[in-house]
Design a protein around this ligand. Structure first.
Ligand SMILES: Nc1ncnc2c1ncn2[C@@H]1O[C@H](COP(=O)(O)OP(=O)(O)OP(=O)(O)O)[C@@H](O)[C@H]1O
Length: 249
């Protein structure tokens, strides 16, 4: 079963082309890591999968449906790159922020008691129960990321999209995020798509890896990526040809 299907996706900000003819399929239960140089279009690709940015060309289907329909049905959980930074001064507690995830998810009309139960469960899942009453501006980067994952999960999504969830946090906190995502993927069957610059660590958790540089440069298993890693890195960073969006394969 295909969870994410992109066919010939093209995207431009006004007249500035960013993504060119991207086609890929992510199976249900996959853990896809999206890597690529700065400005390659990774965040834009994630926004397209989330239904936040609409491509000018091509088609996006999530679990067999048009992306906007999947979004309305609460199938997609999205943790944006800048959310943590923007919310640093936000006067809300951990549990209030997690509960926000219920509004956009599929549990909107259920009882308050059930909502409380779901928030409890999400806090347990991300190991944040002890900090439930703390204001989110007073959390560490790693704790905040776990709260954002819990918020995205509160709507019971089948697809979890994360934009650099380990960016700016230390190695121990990053390891906790990876373990959490691994558990969600393996034990709960949630399909994970994660943008990351942490190529070495992130691709160890990946069942699939996509390299984006305006076009799709590589798509394969984590093992295939690690085997070809030096080739891809050479292409991007040593020849600089990747900047032009020319595919190495
Ligand atoms: N809202 C926007 N309006 C105009 N251009 C944008 C906008 N957002 C991104 N861009 C441009 O589109 C290109 C791709 O940006 P995007 O954020 O998708 O890349 P990225 O691979 O995620 O980069 P990074 O790894 O640095 O986060 C960049 O050149 C960026 O400057």
């Amino acid at each position: 079963m295909c969870m994410v299907q992109l066919d010939g996706v093209c995207f431009a900000y006004d007249d500035y082309p960013v993504l060119n003819n991207i086609s890929l399929a992510v199976a249900s239960g996959d853990f896809l890591v999206v890597v690529g140089p700065n400005g390659a279009g990774k965040s834009t690709l994630l926004k397209i999968m989330a239904g936040i940015a609409m491509p000018q060309g091509g088609e996006v289907r999530i679990d067999g449906r048009p992306v906007r329909e999947a979004q309305r049905q609460g199938l997609i959980g999205y943790v944006p790159q800048t959310y943590g930074k923007n919310s640093a001064g936000f006067p809300a507690t951990v549990e209030e922020v997690v509960a926000l995830g219920l509004v956009t998810g599929s549990v909107t009309r259920r009882s308050k008691q059930l909502a409380t139960h779901i928030v409890e469960h999400m806090l347990e899942l991300v190991d944040m129960t002890g900090l439930r009453s703390r204001r989110i501006g007073e959390l560490s980067g790693g704790q905040l990321q776990r709260v954002m994952v819990a918020r995205a999960l509160a709507g019971n999504p089948r697809l979890l999209l994360l934009d650099e969830p380990t960016s700016g946090i230390d190695a121990d906190a990053s390891a906790k995020i990876y373990e959490l995502l691994g558990t969600l993927n393996r034990n709960l069957g949630i399909t994970v798509v994660m943008v990351s610059h942490d190529i070495e660590k992130a691709t160890c958790w990946a069942s699939r890896v996509a390299c984006i540089n305006r076009g799709l440069c590589f798509f394969g298993s984590g093992r295939e990526f690690r085997d070809s890693h030096m080739t891809v890195r050479h292409f991007w960073y040593e020849t600089g040809r990747g900047k032009d969006g020319i595919s190495p394969i």
